[in-house]
Design a protein around this ligand. Structure first.
Ligand code: AMP
Ligand code: TRP
Length: 331
């Protein structure tokens, strides 16, 4: 039986080259060999109480972008988290196997609650438990994510071990993170020492997959670079230039050394312009396929319906065994 891969992205903000390089690029690479389940995690996104119409539209848009990026709906199970009710059910159960202390250590919770002090709800706190349920329901082997999710993977493994040990059985497989060696943390084009973010809609910091070509060019041209003029990879002293080298390498499938060699003797301006050109070559077909997909909502909805059915079938098996062992009376 082939290995099971699970991953998901929250339908907030917009998919960008950080989410692509950090996560979706690996999703695509894994799809030929493995049994891959890729979802839009809408239940995670309601901690910020999005506008309902926007949430619906964004879920469809994200799925269309997954497919346009090469994630084949025939090879993978694509679905919306809330369509598979087992996620919420298992999350509740796993809450009973998770310590307040360990949730308190989550850096994403600390960051998010600091940023949004007027709405620190308890779901934001237990967010990693729902993520653990997403993963553990499918007896998952690998979880392709960016660097910022490593801690959530660790708590998922701890919860799984705790449950298995308490009940003396292998109810959950212990998943491994799958984090790219290069590009696990793409930086903001304006502040190269902080992560490129999905919801930075006002500034030139983030390049969205659906940005128009001229916007992409403008954003790269105004990318913040560093002092000096030699193009070298040095994340400490040249974070801006190094970030551009990483992006260039990731979308042209070249190593950082090859990119540096390619730009030998050239100036920062060349790096910015050429990165924008390569990026537009990469994004052009994605943008046009996206538009076609969004014109065929029937296809998208059918894909999601099939995906949810397939996912439910698997999730049900795990949840049934879990309910039995904890002592729930069968319905
Ligand atoms: P999020 O945008 O927080 O829902 O993240 C979706 C996925 O993309 C997760 O696996 C993240 O780790 C990954 N990701 C998000 N932003 C970046 C970034 N700037 N660089 C690399 N990976 C990222
Ligand atoms: N927490 C992840 C993020 O913020 C999204 C996510 C939810 C996820 N469930 C998941 C990722 C399961 C991988 C597997 O990016």
């Amino acid at each position: 039986m082939s290995k099971v891969i699970v991953s998901g992205i929250q339908p907030t903000g917009g998919l960008n080259i950080g989410t692509y390089i950090g996560a979706m690029k690996n999703w695509k690479q894994l799809q030929d060999e493995y049994d891959c389940m890729y979802m839009v995690v809408d239940m995670h996104s309601i901690t910020v109480r999005p506008d309902p119409a926007e949430l619906r539209e964004r879920c469809l848009s994200f799925v269309a972008q997954y497919i346009a990026c090469g994630i084949d709906p025939k090879k993978n199970t694509l679905f919306i988290q809330s369509h598979v009710r087992e996620h919420a059910e298992l999350a509740w159960i796993l809450n009973c196997y998770t310590g307040m202390g360990e949730l308190n250590r989550m850096t994403q919770f600390k960051e998010k609650s600091q940023k949004n002090q007027s709405n620190i709800n308890s779901a934001l706190f237990t967010y990693p438990v729902l993520m653990a349920a997403d993963i553990l329901l499918y007896q998952t082997d690998l979880v392709p994510v960016g660097q910022d999710q490593k801690q959530h993977l660790e708590i998922t493994r701890d919860i799984a071990h705790r449950f298995n040990n308490h009940h003396n059985g292998e109810y959950f497989k212990i998943p491994e993170p799958f984090i790219p060696k290069i590009g696990a943390k793409i930086m903001s084009l304006q502040e190269p020492c902080s992560k490129m973010s999905k919801s930075d809609t006002t500034s030139k910091a983030t390049v969205y997959l659906l940005d128009e070509a001229k916007t992409v060019t403008k954003k790269f041209k105004s990318a913040v670079t560093d002092s000096g003029d030699e193009i070298t990879f040095d994340e400490i002293n040249k974070p801006g230039v190094s970030n551009l080298i990483t992006i260039y390498g990731a979308i042209t499938n070249q190593s950082q050394e090859d990119v540096v060699k390619h730009f030998e003797g050239k100036r920062y301006g060349h790096l910015k312009v050429e990165t924008a050109e390569r990026m537009n070559e990469f994004l052009d077909p994605i943008r046009s396929q996206y538009n076609e997909l969004m014109d065929d909502k029937t296809f998208l909805l059918q894909t999601l319906k099939d995906g949810a059915e397939r996912a439910s079938e698997k999730a049900e098996k795990t949840l049934k065994a879990v309910k039995e062992v904890i002592g729930f009376l069968p319905a």
